[in-house]
Design a protein around this ligand. Structure first.
Ligand SMILES: NC(=O)c1ccc[n+]([C@@H]2O[C@H](COP(=O)([O-])OP(=O)(O)OC[C@H]3O[C@@H](n4cnc5c(N)ncnc54)[C@H](O)[C@@H]3O)[C@@H](O)[C@H]2O)c1
Length: 370
């Protein structure tokens, strides 16, 4: 089994940590976590859906390694990332009599990972935590890099901390129970890595994307590893997003406007919004003469073939007024002094940050986007 597991390191000096990618890592989680413990006590945080399928394996594995554990289960879904749920979670964890040496273990998707990471960053002024991501999106994106946080009524992820995990265990077998639509949403983030930095990887995805989403072990492992390695590299160079880390937001400003319009509901998943946002970014770049229409067409074709929505009409937003979307984009976290920042492609495999994107061009573009 171990030969199917690959390891990579996120180089962050004394906060460096390993990411393990492979099948059945939950079975060896106790063994992997044990050397990192300062106290043989962990608190598992998961959601009810994930727990049904995967919690017993994690518990067994911790018990076999002689690690005492408590569990807190949250309702599944984005609503769990609010202040009320966070307050209850924090008090429940504290109620177990935790100490500074206690470790939190996040078993779930990005929601569980973000909330648990924020709890780890703040409880007792900071305790250790491990990420066991169970969605494709969490395995290739949210579990790596140390962004933790919760939502407020004013906006998403507005309370949070940069706080790195001690270990990430990406068990690819956990994806077997993930609904296909959620899997595809995670795939959009995988494609993003190719589009911003690695044209060869994108070409490989054009050939192997279907195998990845069919969970064929070798292609899946390669896709997750390549994505994690790229994110780890970018984060190691720019942990707090002062520079290149911003490129990881490719597709997100357009995507965020679409998510705002659809109320962050199941009408449009985050990864779907990012996928469509990347298509729009390529189309806009082609219109501005920054990328070629052929490449923009290639990106749309691939995401379309994979089954992701690539047109506004596919998500019920055909004909939406351009000013409405523009207003949403102007509320993006990357806006500075009212100026919209966009991550745009020069070509497949190369992206750059455009500060102060031209609003009139953007409005004209959005008015014709279908
Ligand atoms: N921290 C970061 O850097 C970062 C990056 C991207 C996204 N995010 C955050 O991640 C969140 C989205 O994450 P997500 O897409 O993983 O959503 P999620 O955590 O809500 O999971 C999606 C759904 O899949 C279910 N699920 C999870 N694993 C499963 C499995 N193995 N089998 C069956 N069902 C399973 C969950 O219960 C949930 O209903 C958002 O809150 C977003 O803000 C954070």
């Amino acid at each position: 089994m171990t030969d199917q597991v690959e390891r990579l390191r996120v180089e962050l000096d004394d906060r460096a940590y390993e990411i393990l990618v492979g099948p059945r890592l939950l079975e060896s989680a106790g063994r992997e976590i044990q050397p990192l413990l300062r106290r043989r006590q962990v608190v598992i945080v998961s959601d009810e859906t994930v727990a049904r399928d995967w919690l017993p394996q994690l518990r067994d594995s911790l018990s076999e390694a002689g690690i005492a554990h408590h569990t807190v289960l949250l309702p599944p879904g984005e609503e769990t990332k609010d202040l009320d749920h966070f307050g209850r979670l924090a008090e429940e964890i504290l109620g177990f009599g935790i100490e500074r040496g206690t470790m939190l273990v996040a078993l779930g998707g990005g929601v569980v990972g973000d909330v648990t990471g924020f709890a780890a960053a703040t409880l007792l002024r900071g305790i250790d935590f491990v990420q066991i991501p169970t969605t494709l999106l969490a395995q290739v994106d949210s579990s790596v890099g140390g962004k933790t946080g919760i939502n407020t009524r004013i906006g998403k992820n507005l309370i949070g901390a940069f706080y790195q995990p001690r270990l990430v265990l990406a068990d690819t077998a956990a994806l077997t129970t993930l609904p296909h639509r959620e899997l595809l949403a995670g795939y959009a983030e995988i494609a993003k890595y190719g589009l911003i930095r690695d044209a060869v990887f994108f070409s490989w995805l054009e050939a192997e994307g279907r195998a990845v989403c069919d969970l064929a072990p070798a292609p899946l492992r390669r896709a997750v590893m390549t994505s994690c390695a790229m994110k780890a590299d970018i984060v190691a160079a720019d942990e707090r997003e002062d520079g290149d880390r911003a490129l990881l937001n490719f597709g997100h400003t357009f995507g965020h406007a679409l998510e705002t319009e659809t109320g962050f509901s199941s009408q449009l998943l985050h990864g779907e919004a990012v996928g469509l946002g990347m298509v729009l970014a390529f189309d806009f770049a082609a219109r501005m003469g920054l990328a070629t229409p052929e490449e923009a067409g290639r990106v749309r074709r691939h995401l379309d073939e994979m089954g992701l929505p690539t047109r506004l009409s596919a998500i019920g937003l055909a004909g939406i007024p351009a000013d409405r979307l523009l207003a949403h984009m102007a509320k993006d976290k990357k806006v500075r002094d009212g100026r919209i920042t966009l991550i745009l492609p020069r070509r497949i495999g190369e992206a750059f940050v455009m500060k102060d994107a031209p609003r009139d061009e953007l409005r004209d573009f959005l008015a014709t986007a279908a």
